[in-house]
Design a protein around this ligand. Structure first.
Ligand code: ZN
Ligand code: ZN
Length: 259
């Protein structure tokens, strides 16, 4: 379990963030005219809040897992599964629930008030990955807890899932020009940078697609998959949310409460 401690997770995230941040200068998808560091600061502040919120609530996951394990609750406990089968099914279940959590953030009035913080970004890059209001973080954790209880997912599977989810979130937001063939190959399994960028489009039809978190499968299964877009015309952000004052840390934290 040592491998999956919070410190290791944080170290992996910082390493990938540094790597992608450098790559964004070498092979950018878009050449933004903003000051990269200045643009990153509010996003990084929200990232710190997200890490703290996750840390504060990580005890709830451990507690819920303990209760479910002690009482033999969950669909996975009904079968005599191997180590790998439990890991794969557990990870898939958590990812399916992350898909539902994300769709509801778009389809409910209250969810969208909070999720607008993520979508108001008009210069998507690696720092956008965790540009998330703490209210949305709590919502996502509740869905994780629901998956843990329904499926009886062990804590080590939850830990692996959170590492994979965090790393893929950074990759899919990175402002890097992907080789189209490689992107198409990777997205047979996972959400790629090009696939998630479609979800950040200002065009609502594109925004209402590609909700998957790690595995691209869910969008294909539920008919919400948009395979490609024209990056020469795609524009990130939300109409009505471009004013600079709204993109400070204060503005972003207040955004859900603006009607
Ligand atoms: Zn979204
Ligand atoms: Zn995103």
């Amino acid at each position: 379990m040592e491998l999956f401690t919070g410190e290791v997770r944080l170290a992996l995230l910082l390493f990938l963030c540094g790597l992608l941040w450098s790559l964004e200068s070498v092979v950018p998808l878009y050449r933004y005219r903003n000051n990269k560091l200045r643009h990153a600061l509010p996003n990084l502040a929200l990232t710190v809040i997200l890490l703290l919120t996750n840390f504060a609530l990580s005890f709830s996951s451990a507690y819920v897992v303990e209760i479910t394990e002690r009482n033999g609750i969950g669909l996975l406990t009904l079968f005599d599964l191997s180590f790998w089968a439990r890991a794969v099914i557990g990870i898939a279940a958590l990812d399916l629930f992350a898909y539902f959590a994300h769709v509801l953030l778009h389809k409910s009035w209250l969810g969208w008030q909070f999720h607008r913080v993520h979508h108001s970004e008009n210069a998507v890059d690696v720092t956008t990955a965790f540009r998330q209001h703490p209210g949305e973080t709590v919502w996502r954790i509740l869905w994780q807890l629901a998956a843990i209880v329904i499926f009886g997912i062990p804590l080590w599977v939850v830990a692996i899932y959170l590492i994979l989810s965090g790393l893929n979130a950074q990759l899919e937001h990175a402002n890097i020009r992907m080789n189209l063939r490689l992107d198409r190959l990777l997205r047979l399994l996972v959400v790629t940078p090009n696939m998630h960028k479609v979800h950040h489009s200002r065009d609502q039809q594109e925004t209402d697609s590609n909700y998957s978190n790690i595995f691209s499968l869910w969008d294909r299964v539920f008919g919400t998959y948009t395979p490609a877009t024209d990056f020469r015309r795609l524009s990130y952000g939300l109409d009505g949310f471009d004013a600079e004052a709204g993109h400070t840390i204060r503005g972003l934290l207040k955004m859900p409460f603006i009607t």
